[in-house]
Design a protein around this ligand. Structure first.
Ligand code: CP3
Length: 341
């Protein structure tokens, strides 16, 4: 039994909508915080495949979501490409040496940093009910590059956008290297049991139109083509956060199977602007799930109703917030599960 999520990704307009939540395994869950405290930090958890598999399954056990997303991080790719990676408490990730200070040629691939992730996928797949979907993921090359260049998250991706303008040849080499490792990494996840994959492009919204074509659309199209050539039955969800009016072009030109929408997108606009039949995923504001109340119900229904004519996976517009009350998640799920076309 493939289940609601895979059916939807394959183009079925199912009367009941599948639902999962970006960042569904994480700090809003007490069972996650307990295991994290025991294992001593985020990266230690990611590289303990048994613990990582358990964390991947925690939100499935608690809420019965339709997809289990691999517990890992988009920055595992730079780590495997040879940068050092640390997660500083309260500050976020740090990569070194930063590509503003060192050339790409000075980094050396460490393939052993990918293998434990495949082991996590295998473990989850073996334990996951067959009507739930095992989701693999990677960051998109542009977003991953912004962390590799600046060494950390940045508000407007200043260093990376400047490098791309100043030295497009060198920046293209960085994008190409990330793209190749990402293809290999996603193939590894698929071989281990991932049934669909998502490409997270959290910072695609900071690019001007021509740069969006070159640094977002082109590398994502290359990834989709490489995966389709080997695994035509594995759906690829593209999530170009902040892409706004560039979404129709992104969908057409990358060839993604499904399109993730962030909360800034009006579902009524998306329903008419995107290619007919294209499955969409999203897009409730994660802050509304924190706030709760009547508005949560109104807006969740507005999203469900707007996408009634096409395959739709209910999700948030971005990752679930750390302070989200558990009972609001429960309320949202009963609403989505009770809705019918
Ligand atoms: O969705 C899931 O549950 C799967 C696991 C997942 C994580 N990160 C776990 C994580 C996924 C898909 C990601 C994606 C990710 N990571 C993105 C793209 C999506 C987005 O949110 O924009 C980005 C930009 C990152 C990089 C990253 N990882 C940052 C900026 C941070 C620090 C900020 C924070 O929330 O602490 C992380 C850490 C991280 N990745 C945590 C988790 C559960 C928190 C770790 C902890 O402190 O326990």
């Amino acid at each position: 039994m493939p289940g609601l999520l895979l059916d939807t990704l394959r183009g079925a307009n199912t009367p009941q909508r599948p639902v999962w939540l970006m960042r569904q395994a994480g700090r809003y869950l007490p069972e996650y915080r307990a295991l994290r405290a025991e294992k001593g930090g985020f990266l230690a958890l990611v590289y303990d495949s048994e613990a990582a598999a358990e964390i991947t399954l925690q939100p499935i056990r608690r809420y019965g979501l339709d997809g289990a997303i691999l517990f890992s991080d988009i920055l595992i790719v730079p780590y495997a490409m040879g940068q050092d990676l640390e997660f500083l408490v309260g500050e976020g990730p740090r990569l070194s040496p930063r590509l503003v200070d060192t050339a790409l040629e000075n980094l050396h691939m460490v393939p052993d940093r990918l293998k434990p992730i495949y082991d996590t996928v295998k473990r989850v797949k073996a334990m996951l009910p067959t009507d739930k979907t095992m989701l693999g993921f990677a960051g998109s090359p542009w977003t991953v590059a912004t962390y590799m260049v600046a060494g950390e998250g940045s508000r407007d991706q200043h260093d990376t956008r400047a490098m791309a303008y100043r030295d497009p040849g060198a920046f293209q080499a960085i994008i190409d290297a990330i793209t190749s490792v990402t293809i290999e990494y996603l193939i590894g996840q698929i071989v281990a049991g991932a049934e669909a994959v998502q490409l997270f492009d959290s910072w695609s919204g900071s690019l001007a139109p021509a740069e969006f074509e070159r640094w977002v659309i082109a590398p994502n199209a290359r990834i989709v083509a490489a995966l389709n050539a080997r695994y035509p039955h594995i759906p690829v969800i593209g999530f170009p956060k902040g892409a706004g009016e560039k979404l129709p072009a992104y969908a057409r030109e990358t060839g993604v199977t499904a399109l993730g929408l962030d909360e800034t997108i009006d579902p009524l606009w998306a329903a008419q602007a995107l290619p007919a039949g294209l499955p969409v995923q999203g897009n409730l504001d994660p802050l509304l799930l924190i706030a709760g109340g009547a508005e949560l119900e109104t807006q969740a229904r507005r999203i469900l109703d707007a996408f009634a004519d096409r395959p739709h996976i209910f999700n948030l517009g971005h990752g679930i917030g750390q302070t989200t009350p558990l009972e609001h998640v429960g309320e949202l799920l009963s609403l989505v599960r009770g809705w019918r076309i």
